[in-house]
Design a protein around this ligand. Sequence first.
Ligand SMILES: NC(=O)c1ccc[n+]([C@@H]2O[C@H](COP(=O)([O-])OP(=O)(O)OC[C@H]3O[C@@H](n4cnc5c(N)ncnc54)[C@H](O)[C@@H]3O)[C@@H](O)[C@H]2O)c1
Length: 338
Amino acid sequence: MNSGELTSSKEILQIVSLGEAGELAEVVESNVNEAFDTVTRQIGDKHVVLCARAALLLALPLAVALLFMGLLDGKRIVITGVLTDASLAFGVAELALEQGAEIVLTGAGRGLRLTERSARKLGDGIAVVEFDVTEPSHADSLRDFLDGHWGRVNGALHAIGFAPEICLGGTFMDAAWTDVKVALEISTYSLKMLADAVAPLMGASEADSADADGGSRGSGGSIVGLDFDASRAFPAYDWMGVAKAGLESTCRYLARYLGPQGIRVNLVSAGPIKTMAARSIPGFSEFEDAWTQRAPLGWSITESGAVSRTVVAMLSDWLPATTGSIVQADGGFHAVGA
Ligand SMILES: NC(=O)c1ccc[n+]([C@@H]2O[C@H](COP(=O)([O-])OP(=O)(O)OC[C@H]3O[C@@H](n4cnc5c(N)ncnc54)[C@H](O)[C@@H]3O)[C@@H](O)[C@H]2O)c1
């Protein structure tokens, strides 16, 4: 056998869309070839050396591919809440793509155009679907789209929050039910609505296993939501804090009801990051000061990388026994007193 007849490691890796890994493989491969040329010259048995070289060159692409495998390779993830590139969900989308996922974004109302613009920044051909959580029919239309587009969904990010102005910034006692219910509908109930849209495409029901597509649906999935610690009453956060407390409880109930289908539901409780939603909270600077002074690991309100990484880890297969949990990505702020 002549190693020259083999497809090169670089070509094999390009076939499996690991172009970057292909560059590394090329360098390693040329060193391997050089080493074997030297050995051939020294021991003289050309056939033995050629067989060893062929075996090594076949194994090389596999080894390099394993080295470059993304945490979300092959996963199909729905990401809500990408408004601008400052959105927490934008950072998650960027990292999910980097880690091998295919993504669909959702947007709502007047923000839909901004979501479409952000999608173009993330890459070519990323679908954007309208999903306004105040429109009950949008859960069905999102599910129909995903069913036609992918059939199977592996993960979803809930990054949706809104409260009328009166609900934030120290006017807690002035907010009426008509204001508060908007905050609860958009920021709390919407987690259940997203679950309505994606869970039927994740779960492991008997009907799904018997599907004509050979039961490709049905090995569960991961739903992750973005939270802000609701165990204490913070200045200015007001009714949004109440909405987040409800979100935390909704997460636990969804974990209970969707667990039997293999679906995990968790929240990532993030420290303060300067996004569009955060800017609309009067008194946001108080959070900034408190976090910068107290978070044991330190905190920057312009760095959302830690939040993205935590969410991507939760969307991956690496926390298979974790559901109904709140994972803190806050620099350790929650753990310390004044
Ligand atoms: N920024 C922070 O400091 C911080 C900290 C912890 C948690 N969070 C949470 O992260 C999530 C994302 O917020 P962000 O800070 O990235 O701000 P953002 O303004 O970028 O995102 C908020 C998103 O909510 C969406 N939204 C509002 N009304 C909607 C509706 N009716 N239907 C569907 N979507 C709707 C908006 O389109 C937007 O994409 C929110 O749940 C927020 O509470 C933010």
